[in-house]
Design a protein around this ligand. Structure first.
Ligand code: ADP
Length: 170
């Protein structure tokens, strides 16, 4: 028999949309690792009060990078983008959790083009080129679901409560 359709807002690998269990996939790209900005970038999410659910450093395979950016496959920069992500300098792949993390993650990261990034954002503070913009964050609940599933196994996702969780995520 067919499985029942998932109810709107049902819990998935990306948590529950709009609640403290919402999750986003965030990746520090090779330029961020090479420029030794990992600690500073991780701190922004930590200090805001978000929960680190998973973190690993790896050089993605071309297949993984291509799948991650599949929606941009027809764009002229797609080949260069895949080359940049798979250069051999690792990326830092993470899952962050907490209230509105998907929208807040995008604000912490800043606009795609550094010319338009808020100066208080990661890209606005550290990046000048759209092709070397340091960091990725899921842009919707649907992409978060797809990306977390693509980059991590269920076993890599931790479940715990940070000490100040109730104060921050109230
Ligand atoms: P975002 O990363 O902000 O979600 P997009 O999904 O539009 O932005 O693009 C994905 C990534 O592709 C960008 O972060 C950037 O690394 C790269 N990219 C986008 N536009 C360009 C461009 N015009 N030239 C080179 N690289 C680009």
């Amino acid at each position: 028999s067919k499985a029942p359709a998932k109810a709107e807002g049902a819990k998935t690998i990306a948590g529950e949309k709009g609640t403290v269990s919402e999750r986003s996939f965030v990746m520090i790209k090779p330029d961020g690792v090479s420029r030794q900005l990992v600690g500073k970038i991780v701190s922004r999410f930590e200090e805001r009060g978000y929960k680190l659910v998973a973190i690993k450093s790896l050089t993605p395979s071309p297949a993984l990078a291509k799948e991650h950016y599949i929606d941009l496959a027809s764009r002229p920069f797609y080949g260069g983008l895949v080359k940049y992500i798979t250069s051999g300098t690792p990326v830092v792949a993470m899952v962050w959790e907490g209230k509105d993390i998907i929208r807040q993650g995008r604000r912490i990261v800043g606009a795609t083009n550094p010319l338009e990034s808020d100066p208080g954002s990661v890209r606005g503070q550290y990046a000048v080129s759209v092709g070397r913009n340091l960091i990725h964050a899921s842009d919707s609940f649907e992409s978060a679901t797809k990306e977390i599933d693509l980059w991590f196994s269920e076993a890599e996702l931790s479940s715990y409560e940070p000490t100040a969780w109730g104060w921050v995520m109230a």
